[in-house]
Write a protein that binds this ligand. Structure first.
Ligand code: ADP
Ligand code: MG
Ligand code: MG
Length: 251
């Protein structure tokens, strides 16, 4: 699904190299977790994959189902099936949540050459998905994320993800700032979307999210590179011993 080879990324405006030869393959149907110390480049990786400005790829490649992602603008990547759930979801005053989602869903369908969803089909689909995520009708009508609590914003992101049906879901510290119940809801939402045709990259600082979203593979990212790859036990090792032991072992 997602194949990243020897990715080197620097800041556009500064002489600062952030990713330094990152290799990563996420297969369809699999959940890969990335853990790593603060400042190791985890968010940069998610931004570069989604096409955010400010970063320059100096070497390497990133493809989704064989398509060169780095050549595409952010909208084209989204239409291809890349979805990034942010650490800090944006508020959009004046735009109703439901209107926003309908526009997003239909513009992606259009970009893929598919027919728009009818108002009735859209409504049926969003109501069912909102119910699963315990998002009430009122939250669907309010402006996007405005006045939402941290937990509501994250659940709303999972709703966006569920509606857009992406091929590659990237969650960047979606668990940060959530209490245990909100985190469980987010995890359940993600688990409900696990599918043979879909890959996940779950970036997290803490093991606790991975108790609820069981990853197939865990990677440790340090200083711009994947330095260790293993199974769920690797996340336990981080939880118990921190990163120091792993970093000493690989250096
Ligand atoms: P992580 O998500 O693993 O904590 P980041 O990808 O956010 O790491 O950051 C990696 C490094 O790059 C950090 O040293 C960070 O300060 C720096 N960095 C990332 N983006 C920017 C930016 N836009 N401007 C300045 N420094 C940045
Ligand atoms: Mg950070
Ligand atoms: Mg980060």
């Amino acid at each position: 699904m997602l194949e990243i080879k020897n990715l080197h990324v620097k800041l556009e405006d500064e002489d600062k190299q952030i990713l330094k030869g990152l290799d990563l393959t996420v297969e369809a149907g699999k959940v890969h977790a990335i853990m790593g110390p603060n400042g190791s480049g985890k968010s940069t990786l998610s931004y570069v994959l989604s096409g955010r400005d400010g970063y320059e790829v100096t070497e390497g490649s990133a493809t989704l189902a064989g398509e060169d992602l780095l050549e595409l603008d952010p909208e084209e990547r989204a239409a291809l099936g890349v979805f990034l759930a942010f650490q800090y979801p944006v508020e959009i005053p004046g735009v109703g949540n439901m209107t926003f989602l309908r526009t997003a869903v239909n513009s992606q369908r259009k970009a893929r050459g598919e027919e728009e969803l009818s108002a009735a089909d859209f409504l049926k689909s969003i109501r069912a998905k909102a119910k699963e995520l315990k998002i009430d009708a009122d939250m669907l009508k309010r402006p996007v994320n405005v006045g939402f609590s941290g937990g509501e914003k994250k659940r709303n992101e999972i709703l966006q993800m569920a509606m857009l049906e992406p091929k590659m879901c990237i969650l960047d510290e979606t668990d940060s700032g959530l209490d245990v119940d909100a985190m469980k809801l987010v995890a359940e939402g993600v688990n409900a979307l696990r599918d043979e045709g879909r890959g996940f990259l779950v970036i997290t600082h803490y093991q606790r999210l991975l108790d609820h979203i069981k990853p197939d593979v865990v990677h440790i990212l340090a200083d711009g590179k994947i330095v260790k790859t293993g199974g769920p036990e690797l996340a336990m090792e981080v939880e118990n011993n921190g990163y120091a032991g792993i970093l000493a072992e690989v250096s």
